[in-house]
Design a protein around this ligand. Structure first.
Ligand SMILES: NC(=O)c1ccc[n+]([C@@H]2O[C@H](COP(=O)([O-])OP(=O)(O)OC[C@H]3O[C@@H](n4cnc5c(N)ncnc54)[C@H](OP(=O)(O)O)[C@@H]3O)[C@@H](O)[C@H]2O)c1
Length: 432
């Protein structure tokens, strides 16, 4: 069975037939190294990327959902120099490992990927990874908006970024060209999922900016600041982005983080988020303490006169249930993640008597429905980064060069959901 799949992929490469890969715009004039033109290459010799020769490439893939450490394999293949008319060949500069990438590999994500044999893997496969920064290496004859050396990011999620190279069909639509002046590959690679999600959730569910302006314009004593929002997982990539955007837009934020192993570490984390622009940072214990929490809420909201109308929830469980208690009448809770893997009830009383709304946010769908707004949001955030107004999340760089072993890459993906991490894991590609 496995042999049949390999030779079918080799035939695909030999005929130059180009088909979409895994419902993404990536396709291939690809062949597995084991069955392809480099099968008999002397060890250590490989052909470099470029328009005149085959490009040797590597990709992490899985053929059935499981924990990343068990599911992932590293596959070597080659890409033909003859590009289809509308395609470009890109090489990856950086690709973060987000919690949703792990969920895709585990088979627990909202959308199911399509498995394909186009990479010449032993069985139909999916390359995981939703976002990354790529450099254009060569360009098909009918591509109009991209040139060699441009930096690009995928226009939508589900691209398959855990790979050294990709041949991207319909490239003018599938990729956004990035003006990378003053930007690093890590900044570009991490802009399109977390900062975009924070941006949209703060703007599209409750218009806190308009609310702040209205309150400042209304008669009576001026409020002590802009409108409030509360969020858990506040030190996550999304949380850090929400803090910074909130500060830039004049909003006030209540930020819930998990207590660290020592008081000093907890204090350092609180200070870190305060420096980013958080108005208040509380630990989950402080947040869940009914008496102290309720006193704090009363003082922050001036006894409810300065209402708390938006909650961003990526944790679930007790934390989400408590957020329901904290929200003011008429408030909205937006759930976009479930890091605790615990659900929470939609309580009847608060829905009726506080008229709370419970909404969900999913960037993948939003991006498909709003491609132009997605590009504008990305560009706006990149501008803020250039101006020094929006800081990077802490990164843990995982170098990926031609020699990097499969085990190292798999372990990096597996560690993503472990919690209490020092930084977001990002594959940074060297000589590939
Ligand atoms: N719906 C969407 O469109 C969308 C878009 C982007 C992100 N997301 C979701 O947003 C969430 C955050 O993503 P990210 O990339 O920003 O995360 P990240 O930077 O990798 O950070 C992970 C966060 O989760 C917390 N966490 C980990 N395990 C936890 C647990 N068992 N209980 C409570 N908190 C825990 C971490 O807190 P500690 O530091 O205390 O471990 C940290 O704050 C994820 O659930 C992701 O899937 C959703």
């Amino acid at each position: 069975m496995a042999v049949a799949a390999r030779s079918s992929a080799a035939r695909t490469a030999a005929t130059g037939l180009v088909r979409p890969f895994a419902a993404s715009p990536i396709s291939a004039r690809l062949s597995s190294c084991r069955g392809g033109p480099f099968a008999s290459s002397p060890a250590g010799i490989r052909w470099k990327s470029g328009p005149y020769g085959y490009t040797q490439a590597k990709a992490l893939y899985f053929s059935r959902p499981a924990e990343p450490i068990d599911a992932l394999h590293l596959h070597t293949h080659s890409i033909s120099p003859g590009l289809p008319a509308g395609a470009v060949l890109v090489r990856t500069l950086a690709a973060p490992i987000n919690p949703s990438d792990v969920n895709v590999i585990q088979g627990t994500y909202g959308s199911k990927p399509e498995y394909s044999t186009l990479l010449g893997t032993p069985e139909p496969a999916v390359v995981p990874g939703n976002e990354g920064c790529f450099e254009v290496v060569s360009v098909g004859p009918s591509v109009s908006g991209l040139a060699r050396g441009d930096w690009v990011i995928p226009a939508t999620t589900g691209f398959g970024t855990f790979r050294t190279h990709a041949l991207v069909e319909n490239a003018d639509k599938a990729l956004f060209k990035i003006d990378h002046t003053g930007l690093t590959p890590l900044q570009v690679a991490t802009v399109s999922v977390n900062p975009c999600s924070a941006f949209r959730m703060l703007r599209d569910h409750v218009d806190l900016v308009a609310l702040s302006m209205k309150r400042f314009a209304s008669p009576g004593p001026a409020p002590k600041g802009g409108a409030w929002f509360v969020q858990n997982g506040a030190n996550s990539g999304v949380g850090r982005a929400a803090i910074q955007l909130g500060r830039l837009w004049g909003l006030r934020s209540i930020n819930v983080v998990r207590e660290r192993a020592t008081p000093e570490e907890t204090a350092a984390l609180k200070q870190d988020l305060t420096d980013l622009g958080a108005t208040v940072v509380v630990t989950d214990k402080e947040f869940l303490d009914r008496k102290a929490g309720s006193e704090l809420l009363q003082s922050l909201t001036d006894g409810g006169a300065d209402p708390l109308l938006l909650g961003l929830n990526c944790v679930g469980g007790k934390s989400a249930a408590n957020m329901v208690r904290w929200l003011s009448p008429g408030g909205t809770m937006v759930t976009y993640g479930g890091m605790s893997r615990e659900s929470f009830p939609f309580p009847t009383g608060p829905q009726i008597f506080k008229r709370l709304k419970f909404e969900g946010f999913w960037l993948s769908e939003w991006s498909k429905e709003n491609p132009r707004a997605k590009q504008q949001t990305v560009n706006e955030i990149l501008d803020l980064i250039r101006q020094g107004k929006f800081k990077d999340v802490p990164f843990e760089e995982i170098p990926w060069s031609w020699e990097t072993e499969e085990k190292v890459l798999k372990e990096a993906v597996q560690g993503t959901l472990e919690g209490f991490r020092n930084g977001k894991g990002v594959f940074v590609f060297g000589e590939t």
